[in-house]
Design a protein around this ligand. Structure first.
Ligand code: ADP
Length: 267
């Protein structure tokens, strides 16, 4: 009976959240957390009236506190549950974007990981949200199974899969797609990250993985999922992420943002 009670509780708690998106990748280091933050910031920036929140369920190695610039901030407990952290960057933009606490490193057995995910989903007072975007650990681990099984009753809008155009990463994407199909959650599409590098000095574009640039698109077609687009490797983006700054407002003239906008429009 316990799993049903939990699912019901989560369903009730998330009934004020319109869209629940999961961001997945087969491998670590392909830019999943970076793109999660970019998508959330882009949605918030483009739509002043909507509320966007990010929940990092990569409990053993969370990146969102750093990327969203809220390292060290703590979630507070109130009568209606945990209150998410409002990021300063969004506050200054008067956007309601929140980031749930995961500024901790935990090395715990699966049952405890599951317990924490359950807590994140059932005890946070998100309020009325348009988007809750979940940053997940790489691969298809116990965290994914827990999150998807808990979220399924509350309804998952869809999954976004991040890859680089490397054979090893692309192979893992196939596993991600298989996983989504097995647990019956819709795939919104695949984003290829770090496909090219545009030299800031000469503006020439370099294919980082020459034999495979466009591999994400080919694979998406082959596996019958939407290809949402490619983002370049952009050193200024990496710098902003490291410093917890909002790339979209720090470097507003960046061509990477235009590419990002076309991707976000498809989500
Ligand atoms: P993941 O979440 O898949 O492990 P991250 O988002 O943490 O990957 O990215 C890994 C590293 O690569 C980070 O240092 C990040 O700043 C950098 N990075 C990711 N995408 C890009 C990009 N398009 N351009 C430049 N650096 C990037």
């Amino acid at each position: 009976q316990q799993p049903d009670l939990t699912a019901d509780l989560i369903k009730r708690k998330l009934s004020t959240v319109k869209h629940k998106l999961l961001v997945l990748s087969g491998k670590g280091g392909v830019g999943k957390s970076t793109i999660t933050s970019l998508i959330s910031r882009s949605l918030a920036l483009n739509n002043p009236d909507i509320n966007v929140a990010v929940l990092d369920i990569d409990i053993c190695g969370p990146s969102q506190p750093r990327v969203l610039g809220v390292i060290g901030e703590q979630v507070h407990q109130s009568g209606s549950g945990w209150s998410p952290v409002l990021t300063d960057l969004y506050k200054t933009l008067a956007r309601d974007v929140f980031n749930m606490l995961t500024d901790i490193y935990i090395d715990k057995p699966d049952a405890q990981l599951r317990g924490m995910i359950k807590q994140f989903l059932s005890e946070v007072d998100w309020g009325a949200l348009d988007y809750l975007i979940l940053d997940t650990p790489p691969g298809t681990s116990d965290e994914h199974l827990s999150a998807t099984s808990y979220l399924k009753h509350a309804g998952i809008t869809g999954v976004i899969i991040i890859t680089t155009p490397q054979q090893v990463a692309l192979l893992d994407v196939r596993k991600e797609i298989d996983f989504c199909r097995k647990v019956n959650i819709p795939i919104l599409g695949v984003i290829e990250n770090m496909s090219i590098f545009v030299c800031p000095n000469c503006n020439n574009s370099v294919e980082i993985f020459p034999a495979l640039t466009g591999g994400g698109c080919v694979m998406a077609k082959e596996l019958n999922v939407e290809f949402l687009g490619s983002l370049p490797l952009d050193p200024l983006l990496a710098k902003c992420c490291d410093e917890g700054k909002n790339f979209l407002t720090e470097i507003p003239e960046s061509p990477t943002i235009l590419t990002l906008q076309t991707i976000v429009q498809k989500i």
